[in-house]
Ligand binder design. Structure first.
Ligand SMILES: [Zn+2]
Length: 205
């Protein structure tokens, strides 16, 4: 078994175990416990920070300064949307408390067929799929597309604008969409978002 499938088998074991506990508590207490694939925004930062304090910088684990939420595929790795869905689709059966899958795209207004192909593929495989495509706007220079991440936040690639009053930046924070210029994210979440690679190529940008 390769490294990735070994790691995955291990994580499935963990999620199964969590579900066993939830089921046992359900029987014991009569309340509906379930495993929630958390989109918690601050946890991505906090758990990593606590582990770094305890274990130091471990390459590709704590030194990223974030942990990924849920069962999401490593945001830094380049895979197709189909491969990403194939990887993630085994987890939700243990996570009835809630979950989301999502794929990252460049601006695809000229290639809606590509989006359709992913949605068709996802339809019979996953229950909830988010589509992340850039819709950032600058009201200084009329730029439309994707703002560039900086150490502190985001800036317009057209004119360098970083003023939240004259720009609109929308990112999938985890499960939900957020506006990081209006409400800045915790450090770990910002790091995670800046590491995300696209799952499809843009053909004419
Ligand atoms: Zn601009």
């Amino acid at each position: 078994m390769g490294g990735e499938s070994r790691s995955k088998a291990f994580t499935i074991e963990i999620v199964k175990k969590l579900k066993e506990y939830a089921d046992a508590w359900k029987a014991e207490y009569g309340y509906w416990f379930s495993v929630y694939s958390t989109p918690s925004e601050s946890l991505t930062d906090r758990f990593n920070r606590l582990d770094r304090e305890k274990y130091g910088d471990i390459k590709d684990i704590t030194d990223k300064e974030y942990y990924q939420n849920s069962f999401h595929y490593d945001v830094r790795k380049k895979v197709t949307p189909f491969e990403k869905l194939d990887f993630e689709m085994e987890y939700p059966e243990y996570c009835s408390g809630g979950f989301i899958h999502y794929c990252e795209y460049p601006k695809l207004t000229h290639n809606l067929k590509a989006l359709e192909a992913v949605w068709d593929y996802a339809y019979d495989r996953v229950a909830y799929l988010g589509t992340n495509t850039p819709i950032d706007r600058c009201y200084e220079c009329d730029f439309e597309g994707e703002f560039a991440p900086t150490a502190e936040g985001f800036k317009c690639p057209g004119c360098g604008n970083t003023n939240s009053e004259t720009a609109d930046v929308v990112k999938r924070t985890c499960g939900y969409l957020g506006n990081p210029m209006k409400r800045p994210m915790v450090h770990g979440r910002h790091e995670e978002i800046t590491q995300r690679v696209k799952h499809l190529e843009s053909s004419n940008e």
